[in-house]
Design a protein around this ligand. Structure first.
Ligand code: ATP
Length: 349
């Protein structure tokens, strides 16, 4: 059997534990040795007890937990070649050359860089006398499969990312909680949700909570939006509506680039999107984790990294760098206020 390691990196999201559990159990089922790398790339660079063998039972009782039990981190060392060299040593000395990386576009970019560097890193390790030529020859490259954990659903190439559905649940709960108060007192509530470049959470939450208005980064209103909004609200009040819900993505701006949030402080509610993973995110993590191991089993040192994505209701493998590049192109277009390009790139094609 092969040796597989799984790690979580970047911001945590709900359902990552389910994915970790699934990687471990599918790996063991197929006769692999499976390792956890704790604390993301930092654990890979530091080695030692951060890299520990997983057992069937070590992933019991985690599927219902939020966040990630194997820890996540942001790691400056891994951005440097020296850090990646230490990581390469820590993996090859344990015979690990199959990686499941669960994280956002940054983490997946790092994984791709690592794979490109691998042969050169081994040459340096041989030159330093740290590893033997024979060991290097056994592991000419690493195989990488990425799973996307992100609550924003901001990654191109998958219909849903692990954690998005749970975030939506939390938003809906928060909206439902303020609705009764709002109705009693004839109020408008503004609910801010996450999404710096991506309005998915705000838009879908607005549909699911019967919101009256929704502000998303991809569709900035004209700068006199306050007047339009107030006028519409007063018409609604005149017609007897007692409650208004306004949902704002944190990155929403007007056409002049001013943050929408800057002007809407009264009745402001900011959502916390964590907590227990939803059934959907548990199943998504479970399916993606299993597919990740199956994909690794078919890969050779020549295979390009892939991401497991959900397309309709199917698990599919898509080239990792293609997805990352498109995701970054969307972010660039958003930064340049080229909303049309961003939306076009994000769509299926
Ligand atoms: P989130 O969506 O939560 O931001 P992310 O995976 O995009 O998740 P980042 O902070 O961008 O989060 O990246 C996580 C870690 O991945 C970094 O701390 C770094 O260790 C590694 N990483 C990111 N980009 C690169 C890169 N270009 N080269 C090497 N390593 C990288």
């Amino acid at each position: 059997g092969r040796t597989v390691a799984v790690f979580t990196s970047g911001g945590d999201s709900q359902g990552m534990n389910s994915a970790v559990r699934s990687v471990v159990r599918m790996g063991i089922y197929l006769g692999c040795r499976v390792y956890f790398i704790n604390e993301g790339y930092q654990g890979m660079v530091d080695g030692g007890e951060h890299i520990a063998e997983a057992t069937w039972n070590s992933v019991s009782d985690i599927i219902q937990k939020g966040g990630t039990i194997i820890g996540s981190a942001r790691c400056a060392d891994f951005r440097e070649r020296e850090g990646r060299k230490k990581a390469a040593y820590n993996l090859i000395s344990r015979g690990i050359t199959n990686l499941v990386c669960i994280g956002g576009d940054g983490s997946l970019t790092g994984a791709n860089t690592f794979r490109k560097d691998w042969p050169g890193l081994l040459e340096e390790l041989i030159k330093d006398g740290t590893i033997s030529q024979e060991l290097a020859d056994q592991h000419p490259n690493i195989q990488i499969v990425g799973l996307v954990g992100s609550i924003d659903n901001d990654f191109c190439g998958t219909d849903m990312t692990i954690g998005t559905d749970t975030a939506l649940q939390r938003i809906i709960e928060a909206v439902d909680a303020v609705v009764s108060t709002a109705q009693s007192h004839q109020r408008a509530f503004v609910v801010e949700v996450m999404g710096r470049h991506c309005g998915y959470l705000a838009l879908v939450a607005a549909l699911a909570s019967e919101a009256d208005f929704c502000f998303i980064p991809e569709w900035p209103p004209p700068s006199n939006w306050r007047d339009i909004l107030c006028q519409k609200l007063s018409v609604m009040r005149g017609e007897g509506q007692r409650l208004n819900i306004i949902i704002v993505a944190e990155g929403a701006i007007d056409r002049d680039g001013t943050a929408i949030s800057a002007d809407m402080s009264p009745f402001w509610v900011t959502c916390k999107e964590g907590g227990h993973p939803s059934a959907f995110d548990r199943i998504l993590g479970c399916r993606m984790g299993a597919e990740a191991v199956l994909a690794l089993m078919e890969m050779t040192p020549e295979s390009e990294p892939c991401v497991i994505s959900i397309d309709g209701n199917s698990m599919v493998r898509v080239p990792l760098m293609q997805c990352v590049e498109r995701t970054q192109a969307v972010q660039k277009a958003m930064n340049e206020k080229d909303w049309e390009t961003a939306v076009r790139l994000r769509g299926r094609s």
